[in-house]
Design a protein around this ligand. Sequence first.
Ligand SMILES: Cc1cc2nc3c(=O)[nH]c(=O)nc-3n(C[C@H](O)[C@H](O)[C@H](O)COP(=O)(O)O)c2cc1C
Length: 378
Amino acid sequence: MTSTNSDPHPVLRDPSIMKLHQEKLVNAKGVPLATLDELCPNSVMLAPMVGLTHYAVRKAISEFLPEGARALWPTEMLNSRRVPSQHVNQTPEINFCDADNGLCPQLLANDEEFIRLSVPRLEHWGARAIDINMGCAVARALKHNYGVALMGDPAYAAEVVRMTVKYATVPVSVKLRAGFRESADKSEVLSEEAHFENLFNFIAGLFEAGASWITIHPRTAEQKRRGDADFELLARLISKLRNEGFQQPIIANGDVQVLADIQNIFEVTGCSRVMVGRALIAKPWLIANDIEPDPFTQGELYGKFLKRVLDECEGHYPESLGLRKMRFLTTYGKPWVHYGEYLMGRMMAATTYSETRIALNKFFDQPQKIESRTMLRS
Ligand SMILES: Cc1cc2nc3c(=O)[nH]c(=O)nc-3n(C[C@H](O)[C@H](O)[C@H](O)COP(=O)(O)O)c2cc1C
């Protein structure tokens, strides 16, 4: 393994940035809230992903952190209408077995009554922070005014934060996109300046409503997963927020594939943390923001990772569910794997945990290579 990074946390060590994090917010009872620095000293975070960021995956990725390092871990998105009637560990989405590692469950929320009932439950289950989803652009979320739909109504989005903060004793954050580039009736495309101002005002509103930090995936709602994340836009936004006195941490997310991407995002944007989604489930070593192993060592590590996830699935999920989870994980990891389609075929053919283990052992007994980049289409 070769080290490509002599200073893996360039921004976090900058004293001027550290100073920005020192002021503490308080909760509705006047109790100071934990800061992001306290909850997540690690510079890289895992992004919430439906079907992927369940307990077994979080646990296996966390084992790539150096001993003693701590991060904050997302759940998959949880529906605030369901949480009040659920019991912890009842489903993989609400498996909180790793609560000691520091969990930040993500909520789809827009209704005070469901927020009032969900928040204490999540805290009771061990949440150290609660994130509100304002980025999901799938039709089902939009239909119910969840996710990125909230970005179309800035005043109500701020209200959702205010409601959540009111019932929470832990920090509340928001994960969002770069908003909408088209007007609400889709009749006009906003100018770059108008879009920027809207986004700035939207975020300022969230902070004024009590959000402790935000995560931005700088793609517009219209882009869905197409095009590139716009880190120049994010750099401008962060600079304006700082100039206007907003000191809360801002986490940048999108399109990381190699270690250098993480460093580049820190340098270009001045963000507080980098959050990684798809690449972390193929390259879990990126969580340590430390070394980029050679492609065959990466293949070995990827194999170990899949086997660890399989162990945890076997220990916690019924077989049919665990197999579905393993296949879904492989679907998202395979684009980086040199013989990814072959691996996928083996995973699809396996019908038991034991056959899956044999398939993984056979595949990874041969040297396997991980590509540094893929098209990131999915
Ligand atoms: C399968 C999948 C599921 C996702 N589910 C969620 C989700 O539940 N909540 C959320 O805020 N973002 C979700 N996302 C978006 C990711 O958190 C992240 O913003 C996006 O993938 C861009 O980051 P990346 O390029 O590092 O993957 C999902 C993405 C994928 C690929």
